[in-house]
Write a protein that binds this ligand. Structure first.
Ligand SMILES: *Cc1c(COP(=O)(O)O)cnc(C)c1O
Length: 400
């Protein structure tokens, strides 16, 4: 079985375009030399626009998205501070756990896994806090475990209508660069992304954006952090340097990734993700399975979490696809373990790749005796892709 050529259908790490692999293969250069100062300022500006901000300060830390969570929590807040969070999937749960390990007092609003962030319920908690003890609200924009995208604008409105000054810290790891993200319009104070999802790179960079207000709060805590000190990082970046050795190959490739996003156009990138996701959902409908997302409006355009009927194990589907066909899908996480499987469709993804993933998932499901008609999901996705006006052909292999 030739596996090397098969694309990934996990929601990160995502497929790495040839252009980015080549960018990573360039010779090393001196990060104290002029190349760094040449590369970084325009990259930070481009990234700010990907985050939907004209005023945010962009920083890159060598680490995964989890390091970005810690940057957001530990620079703006201090141990003992109270924060408000929704638990509605495995990623929001992990962020809550990290916050607790960092000494924060987390008030959790529970929501069913498959629901979005209940902005009204958050608003009630905020209104019941007239002395503003809650210092921050944590929100996971796209719950990668459940395949649910939440309305961050609604969380902002809940804060505003409660007249509450808490910081809004947003995990955009599986949304930024794939789904519309409007940092300024939503009044987000810290937004977190990772290199291995929408940016189509290997894991290794936590990309964070800080609003002027968050930056000022972090500056007050200057020196309270070690490796993940945001102020030291931003001051160095503003001066055209880095506080330690940067991951030069990843930064070089991140600049190429930002160029790719800019060339395609962010609007076109978002439309492509919506278009591809619609085909995946059409396949799920044709199989007769339910989404984990409780309403269509919540369904993510970067990852689809599919509930399986009793008797079909999600882990077995993923294992069969991997062992028999050499293709990776995502397993169910936390309370969804074995009940679901996930199709990641973000980053370097086209109609053709999505059809290959759907066809492979279909074979694995059939092998396990799932009650679906052979070819039904593929046919439904084909119809969706053929009929849609927003079809977006991607380059052929070897192109650009
Ligand atoms: C992938 C992911 C993360 C970060 O995970 P790392 O493995 O640390 O990069 C955080 N939040 C969400 C929503 C994610 O999808």
């Amino acid at each position: 079985m030739m596996q090397a050529a098969n694309p990934l259908f996990i929601p990160g790490p995502t497929n790495i375009p040839e252009r980015l692999r080549l960018a990573m293969a360039r010779s090393a250069w001196d990060h104290r030399g002029p190349r760094f100062a040449e590369l970084v300022p325009p990259l930070r500006e481009q990234l700010a626009s990907v985050f939907g901000s004209r005023q945010a300060s962009i920083a890159f830390f060598t680490g995964s998205g989890t390091a970005g969570w810690e940057v957001a929590l530990s620079n703006v807040l201090k141990p003992g501070d109270r924060v408000l969070a929704t638990r509605h999937g495995m990623f929001s749960q992990r962020w809550i756990e990290l916050a607790r390990r960092l000494g924060l007092e987390v008030e959790v609003v529970e929501a069913p896994w498959g629901e979005g962030i209940p902005a009204d319920a958050l608003g009630e908690v905020l209104r019941a806090d007239p002395s503003h003890r809650i210092r921050a609200v944590l929100a996971v924009h796209n719950e990668t475990a459940t395949g649910v995208t939440s309305d961050i604008g609604a969380v902002r409105r809940a804060l505003d209508s409660a007249g509450h000054p808490a910081f809004l810290l947003v995990d955009g790891v599986s949304s930024i660069a794939s789904l519309p993200f409007c940092m300024d319009d939503w009044g987000v104070d810290m937004a977190v992304a990772g290199s291995q999802k929408g940016f189509m790179l290997p894991t290794g960079l936590a990309i964070v954006a800080a609003s002027p207000r968050a930056r000022a709060a972090a500056a007050e805590r200057r020196g309270a952090r070690g490796y993940l000190d945001l102020t030291a990082m931003l001051d160095a970046l503003d001066a055209g340097s880095y506080p330690y050795t940067p991951a030069v190959a990843l930064l070089e490739a991140l600049a190429e990734s930002a160029a790719m996003l800019q060339e395609e156009g962010l609007g076109a990138v978002y439309a492509r993700h919506a278009h591809i996701a619609a085909g995946v959902r059409a396949a799920v409908d044709a199989w007769g399975f339910a989404l984990c997302a409780r309403r269509r409006a919540l369904a993510s355009n970067t990852v689809t979490t599919i509930r399986l009927p009793d008797g079909i194990s999600g882990d077995a589907v993923v294992q069969q696809a991997h062992e028999r066909y050499g293709v990776s899908f995502g397993i169910g996480l936390g309370q969804l373990a074995d009940r679901v499987f996930r199709i990641g469709h973000l980053g370097e993804m086209s109609e053709t790749l999505a059809l290959a993933g759907i066809a492979t998932a279909e074979m694995a499901l059939l092998d396990l005796g799932a009650p679906i008609a052979a070819g039904s999901g593929v046919a439904a996705a084909q119809s969706q892709y053929r009929l849609s006006e927003s079809a977006m052909p991607r380059q052929q292999a070897g192109g650009a």
